[in-house]
Design a protein around this ligand. Structure first.
Ligand SMILES: [Zn+2]
Length: 271
């Protein structure tokens, strides 16, 4: 029994931070990602469609695989705009940021990528990209922006497609409301993202913290922990979780009966 209890106790420590103090997240469980139509991305070294496809593929390989989080990033397309502030404006995080100068990147819906050369956003070419929600209402993110370094000396063109997918997945993490992690294995660690192979547990904790399933979406029905799955995700993780809950429930119940039976037997012997 003691061994069983020890097995069930686990200590979790989290290393992630959130972008906003109140843990703002998108209100919808599907967020579309677009690229601004007026971006040329000449210095970033990739075409608009390359960048959009790499972002979508990056999300598919990372965030969209987290079965325990209720969020999916989907491909939008080109976001039709002629607003030059997407290309040269400063990125301000929501309304609380009063330090932003005039000429800021416009508020958006969903996630918009743009190639940008603003000197405050990109003081050097070592900053590859910056991203943040810039349209927040209370605890709801309405829209986020991902800006890619389009300075003349941008390094983005020197990365491979696979590395770019990882860099963009990191930026999508910010767009979804996740800050940097102190865990060096995490995708949301601030550097060397292109060398990561998969999300770390800390990334998964961060995403499922911001996008938990509601009781309506995923309800445990009865002793074996059967789960009603929403229809739009890959639920292997949740299925395994349900089986684990059921299995542990059975072990606990058997242990309890064994313990009660032993107590009863002892008592009977004493009488
Ligand atoms: Zn970052």
């Amino acid at each position: 029994m003691k061994q069983l209890i020890l097995l069930l106790i686990s200590f979790k420590s989290y290393a992630f931070f959130l972008i906003t103090n109140n843990g703002a997240a998108f209100n919808s469980n599907k967020v579309k990602i677009y690229i601004s139509s007026n971006s040329t991305c000449t210095n970033a070294g990739w075409t608009k469609s390359d960048i959009l496809n790499m972002a979508v593929d990056g999300a598919k390989d990372t965030w969209n695989k987290v079965g325990r989080a209720d969020i999916t990033v989907k491909k939008g397309g080109e976001y039709n705009t002629s607003d030059g502030d997407f290309l040269t404006g400063e990125l301000c995080v929501a309304d609380s940021d009063t330090t932003c100068a005039a000429g800021t990147v416009p508020k958006v819906s969903n996630i918009i990528i743009a190639c940008n050369n603003n000197g405050t956003n990109f003081p050097s070419n070592s900053v590859l990209a910056i991203s943040a929600p810039n349209n927040i209402s209370g605890t709801k993110i309405r829209g986020s922006v991902i800006l890619l370094n389009d300075r003349a000396d941008s390094q983005l063109g020197s990365f491979s497609k696979s590395e770019m997918e990882k860099i963009l997945a990191h930026e999508i993490g910010h767009a979804l409301g996740i800050g940097h992690s102190e865990d060096k294995d995490a995708f949301m660690y601030h550097t060397e993202i292109q060398n990561k192979s998969k999300l770390a547990k800390d990334d998964i904790y961060a995403l499922s913290h911001l996008y938990p399933y509601s009781i309506d979406d995923m309800s445990c029905l009865g002793f074996l922990g059967s789960i009603n799955y929403p229809s739009n995700k890959n639920y292997w993780n949740n299925g395994l979780m349900a089986l684990s809950i059921g299995f542990l429930s059975i072990i606990l119940a058997l242990s309890f009966f064994q313990y009660a039976w032993a107590r009863l037997s002892n008592n009977q012997q004493k009488v």
